[in-house]
Design a protein around this ligand. Structure first.
Ligand code: C2E
Ligand code: CA
Ligand code: CA
Length: 579
């Protein structure tokens, strides 16, 4: 039996685990001079070794009885709380006080332990003596100038080294290139798989980046998934272009992280000294602007900064202002927004069974703006909330109008973005709109993208459960572009999977895409889900998908999204099942 406060017992304790037996590990823990503390995910102490008891002046039982809200070692437990969920490893100096009032200083290493499901189950705190002031100073200096995750120089070190490199270039009349590198898919990976997978990926990226450049070049991590490379003393900008291409090729290759194969292509912006700027700030700002251009140009490419890019940045700001005004001016009669509808066809019968509502914006300055563009701005600025509310109400209003004209059996799908889904008011809003237009929950469907469904799994699950309990149909949009596992999807109360257009486009020519479609349809069906294919443009694609048993089809082959005025006529002429 395990005494409380000793290491939790190993169910296989009789069996030696590899070279080190569990008993040996237990002895090491018991006899270590370093104080070791183990807490659960809620910061409750579950084990402490004798060295820890000596340091804290508390007996094991006293430690185990403590409430995390009234900590015995406030500094230590605050450090654990601060790192909750955000980091898997932290180290630094802490000062605290034992029960008897003796003050102590220790070097704390805090490690989060994750279970097989990826959730944190324990924290292990390891407190060691500070051997000498010199050692502490060295460690602190190292941490001050390095990113602990990748060991690359951090922003502070980068700024100092860039300033130094610029002085040398100025003196010797050399050119220098600064590259800002941002990963295209990182947020998606981090949100859907969790920080620990994200961290592992970033370490591999750092390693590959170093391999792309010479040892005299500077590689640093500025934070998140943003890296910089400085190439001092380049002969011509072509050198920078060559290095950028090499970075694209190397980083674009697949990564193995745990059991996943991941892709994280880079978008790269380049600025040159002296033509694009003379000081670190200007060069960094301009390289950043170029990087955003690389993103807008379809990602996975590199762009050199040009003065014209600032005009585009100005344009985006202007568009943001126009969007803000358009949203605040939403009123019946003179509204810049409208909804178009695209039919969804039952594969087996050719019957129209649903419509997807797609938002349109016609602006006096910019004309018709692509939803890909303005919805991204609406999401960045929070305008998506009022705009999304309008989409829900307007869809319900028009659905009522369809019913009044005798079109009673088409369901209308509404796209819901991540912020809307997590906003408190979503359920009330939907209830209100349904009641107002005398609709049943079965008359509408909500589409959420795969990556939205993967963010904050617990919160998402609870919201989706409430929506499903109301009787609302739920679909996963753009399926195949994220990293969700079917094991996770199994727990969500969803009805349909919408296979992303990118797989359908090349279904006949790309064996990979065909295999993905085939497997997804089969697996989806085995989970009891209905499969919808998006972007069906040709009869060949339709036939291929029909052979795979795909239930529903949507795409230009049947119709482009059309204004409401045309929907009624379309439905009237297509509602007769094809024999
Ligand atoms: P989505 O939800 O994946 O919508 C499907 C998009 O594919 C639509 O683009 C549609 O016009 C297009 N499409 C449909 N069939 C075909 C086809 O056969 N070939 C090709 N090439 N394209 C096809 P659209 O209307 O430009 O919308 C783009 C995206 O904007 C949507 O992608 C959705 O993510 C977002 N969006 C549109 N309306 C709303 C909205 O009301 N709320 C939110 N949150 N997002 C919206
Ligand atoms: Ca959609
Ligand atoms: Ca889609």
């Amino acid at each position: 039996m395990t005494r409380p406060g000793t290491l939790p017992s190993n169910p296989n304790s009789a069996r030696p685990t590899g070279a080190v037996s569990f008993a040996a590990l237990e002895r090491a823990y018991e006899q270590s001079h370093e104080a070791i503390l183990v807490t659960d995910a809620d910061n409750r102490i579950i084990a402490a070794n004798p060295a820890f008891c000596r340091l804290s002046g508390l007996a094991r039982d006293e430690l185990l009885d403590t409430n995390p809200d009234t900590p015995v070692l406030p500094q230590l437990q605050a450090a654990i709380r601060a790192s909750l969920q955000s980091e898997d490893f932290w180290e630094g100096e802490i000062h605290d006080q034992s029960k008897g009032g003796t003050r102590f200083t220790r070097w704390l290493k805090l490690t989060a332990i994750r279970g097989e499901d990826g959730y944190i189950c324990n924290y292990v705190a390891n407190l060691s003596d500070l051997d000498s002031d010199k050692e502490v100073a060295d460690r602190l200096a190292y941490l001050a100038y390095h990113d602990p995750l990748t060991n690359l120089p951090n922003r502070l070190a980068f700024e100092a080294q860039l300033a130094q490199a610029l002085r040398l270039c100025e003196r010797d009349n050399h050119q220098l290139a600064l590259m800002v590198i941002d990963l295209d898919n990182f947020k998606n990976i981090n949100d859907s798989l969790g920080h620990h997978f994200g961290d592992d990926l970033l370490q591999q990226v750092a390693h590959r980046l170093r391999e792309c450049v010479r040892s005299s070049d500077l590689v640093a991590r500025l934070g998140g998934d943003e890296f910089v490379v400085v190439l001092p003393e380049i002969e011509t900008p072509l050198t920078a272009a060559r290095v950028a291409s090499k970075v694209q090729v190397n980083l674009g290759d697949s990564y193995r992280v745990g059991e996943h194969v991941l892709y994280a292509t880079p978008s790269i912006g380049i600025s040159l000294f002296p033509i694009d700027g003379l000081d670190p700030n200007t060069l960094l700002r301009n390289a950043d602007t170029a990087m955003y251009h690389a993103k807008n140009a379809g990602r996975n490419n590199h762009q050199f900064y040009t003065a014209r890019m600032n005009e585009a940045a100005g344009e985006r700001l202007q568009m943001e202002n126009e969007l803000r005004q358009a949203v605040s001016g939403i009123a019946p009669g003179h509204c810049e927004f409208s909804l178009h509808f695209q039919p969804q066809i039952q594969t087996a019968t050719g019957k129209v069974i649903g419509l997807e509502a797609l938002l349109r914006w016609d602006n006096s300055t910019f004309g018709r703006v692509s939803p890909m563009r303005f919805i991204a701005i609406a999401e960045d600025t929070g305008l998506i909330l009022p705009l999304g509310d309008w989409v829900i109400w307007e869809t319900c209003r028009l659905t009522r109008s369809l019913k009044d004209q005798g079109m009673d059996d088409v369901r209308v799908a509404i796209n819901i973005s991540a912020q809307q889904l997590r906003h408190d008011n979503l359920l009330l809003l939907i209830r209100g709109a349904l009641a107002c237009y005398d609709l049943s929950p079965r008359d509408i469907e909500l589409e959420i993208t795969e990556s939205t469904a993967m963010q904050n799994p617990e919160v998402t699950l609870s919201i989706l459960d409430q929506l499903a309990a109301m009787g609302i149909m739920l679909a996963i949009d753009d399926f195949g572009t994220g990293y969700s596992s079917l094991a996770y999807l199994k727990h969500l109360p969803i009805n349909r999977l919408k296979l992303d257009r990118s797989f359908v486009t090349d279904i006949e020519t790309d064996a990979n895409d065909a295999a993905i479609c085939t497997a997804t349809i089969a697996l989806g069906h085995s989970l009891g889900l209905e499969l919808v294919a998006e972007g069906v443009e040709t009869e060949e694609q339709r036939d291929f998908l029909a052979r795979l048993g795909c239930d529903t089809l949507q795409g230009y082959l049947y119709s482009k999204p059309m204004p409401f005025a045309d929907v009624v006529a379309y439905l009237q002429s297509h509602q007769i099942p094809i024999e």
